[in-house]
Write a protein that binds this ligand. Structure first.
Ligand code: ZN
Ligand code: FE
Ligand code: FE
Ligand code: ZN
Length: 267
């Protein structure tokens, strides 16, 4: 049932690479019968940082657009969040962002490795082609674990992101997953099944089934999110994701209100 699920990972045009304003997503969420809708655009940095996140001065507009959607669709619960990039040394900025609004959740993401490589950016695809797959995966998962243990985030986004272009190290990938799952279990942090993976070269949800199995065994809660950058992507392939989650033993998903987590059973 789509009404059992929230879609909490939704972008807006303020990040510069998404279409559809919150009111447009809200109309679609009502049409789909989603349980809740939540926005999580790419977080601003205090300085101009890269070309794919909202600017600091656009935060008031972000709040305004979410508020407009709430007013237009009072029957729909609409949450306010951010997708925050984790950088070692920049933790204080995330804390500062925390104070700027009544947030329902912060999603922790790793798109950048400590050396500046963007794991999901096509401009770095040659690093994968040139045989650095094992090295990228190692650095990514180490950073991912650090992000989880930072305690800054209410849940974490798209585990498995470095498989985006279809490059995976040889052998059993659980050696990468297990330390991250231990960190999730120890800190009580949920993760998302991100259905955007089905739209990429890897042609598979993030994370892989093996990750889901280990996380389920460790009692880590999960969400299902679309990472929509367009209205047509909202709630995409949620039925398949739910079936996959169910098949590895998950029975509940998670909702957030002002950073308070509630477990919700799904059918
Ligand atoms: Zn994006
Ligand atoms: Fe992301
Ligand atoms: Fe995203
Ligand atoms: Zn994302």
């Amino acid at each position: 049932m789509l009404s059992d699920f929230a879609d909490y990972h939704v972008h807006t045009p303020l990040c510069g690479h998404a279409t559809g304003w919150p009111v447009d997503f809200a109309a679609r969420a009502v049409e789909l019968g989603l349980g809740e809708l939540g926005f999580a655009d790419h977080n601003p940095m205090p300085e101009r940082f890269d070309e794919w996140r909202m600017l600091r001065e656009d935060l008031p507009r972000y709040f305004e657009e979410v508020e407009k959607a709430r007013t237009a669709f009072p029957q729909l619960t609409i949450r306010l969040g951010l997708e925050c990039d984790f950088f070692t040394g920049r933790e204080a900025w995330i804390e500062e962002l925390r104070g700027l609004a009544t947030w329902d959740y912060f999603i922790g993401s790793v798109h950048y490795l400590p050396d500046g490589t963007e794991v999901d950016h096509p401009k770095f695809i040659s690093r994968y082609r040139d045989g650095d797959v094992e090295e990228i995966w190692t650095a990514y998962w180490k950073t991912y674990e650090t992000a989880i243990r930072s305690g800054l985030f209410d849940f974490v986004a798209h585990p498995d992101l470095p498989k985006k272009f279809g490059f995976r190290p040889a052998g059993d990938l659980r050696r990468f997953y297990e330390p991250a799952i231990a960190a999730l279990a120890e800190t009580g942090t949920p993760f998302e099944i991100n259905t955007a993976g089905w739209r990429k070269e890897c042609a598979e949800q993030y994370p892989a089934r093996e990750f889901l199995e280990c996380a389920q065994a460790a009692g880590v809660p999960l969400l299902i999110n679309s990472d929509a950058h367009a209205v047509s992507e909202l709630g995409s392939r949620f039925a398949e994701a739910a079936e996959l989650a169910r098949s590895v033993g998950f029975t509940h998903t998670v909702r957030f209100q002002k950073r308070e987590l509630t477990l919700v059973p799904f059918a």
